[in-house]
Design a protein around this ligand. Structure first.
Ligand code: UDP
Length: 243
């Protein structure tokens, strides 16, 4: 219990996870025990009093680029990808509420029966009331990704940092650590180096948006049950991307 008393390093954060993080070992779709495991990490950070925004991708269900590669019109395929993120957001909402954490799913595409529309000031109020805000349907625009959505909402919500939870890695490496045993993890790296070397953090438009708004990005291991909470307590392996 003692560590719960330590002040977190950030008071309001954005957590971005890919849709694939929710599929477990299944290779597709949603794996409820995996969703619950991530929800527990969010719950433990919520218990620290940190205000939490979340964006979840849709790659476990549908990606626009994959659809368009198979001949589908890109815009339609992207809207399908955005709808996939809504399913993931609802699954995360159910898991969090099952743990007693109040949440709101806020959609960039209006669908009043399942989610609130995005109204910035209302979302800020939810955060002040300690509700976890799960932003769904990306930016609401095709040709973007949920990395950009996470950065955009982090800017709008005045989050102090963007937490990128990754499976199988504890930060950003100079080479793929799975195939290069001598790969080195960066403790800190600049936005420009990430862009120049095409390091695996976020897509380039999202990195540029974070850089232009001085929003730190923290890449951390999502498969460590204490990863998210640990970093807010100043411990645990991660990479900090900053200017
Ligand atoms: N998407 C989009 N606009 C957005 C966010 C997402 O068109 O603002 C679509 C896009 O087709 C993308 C899909 O939704 O491939 C799923 O999002 P993403 O690929 O970012 O998911 P992740 O890789 O994080 O699981």
């Amino acid at each position: 219990m003692a560590d719960t008393e330590q002040d977190p390093t950030y008071k309001r954060v954005m957590l971005k996870i890919s849709g694939e993080a929710l599929m477990g070992d299944q290779g597709y779709g949603l794996h409820p025990p995996t969703v619950e495991r991530i929800a527990k990490q969010v719950q433990s950070v919520h218990e620290m009093g940190v205000e939490i925004c979340m964006v979840i991708g849709g790659g476990n269900i549908f990606r626009g680029l994959a659809g368009s590669a198979q001949g589908m019109e890109r815009t339609t395929a992207d809207y399908m990808g955005m709808l996939a993120t809504v399913m993931n957001a609802l699954a995360m909402q159910a898991a969090l509420e099952g743990l007693g954490v109040y949440t709101r799913v806020i959609s960039a595409i209006t669908m009043n029966e399942v989610a609130e529309p995005y109204i910035r000031r209302r979302a800020v109020r939810h955060l002040e009331k300690k509700r976890v805000c799960i932003f769904a349907a990306g930016t609401g625009n095709p040709y973007f990704t949920t990395d950009t959505a996470a950065t955009l909402r982090a800017n709008e919500m005045a989050c102090e940092a963007i937490f990128m939870g990754k499976n199988g890695v504890d930060g950003v490496y100079d080479k793929d650590p799975k195939t290069n045993p001598d790969a080195k993890r960066y403790d800190t790296v600049s936005y420009d180096e990430v862009l120049q070397k095409n390091l695996k953090v976020m897509d380039a438009s999202a990195i540029a948006l974070a850089r232009d708004n001085h929003k730190p990005i923290i890449v951390f291991p999502l498969d460590d049950p204490n990863g998210f909470r640990g970093i807010l307590q100043g411990k645990g392996a991660h990479t900090l991307v900053k200017g």
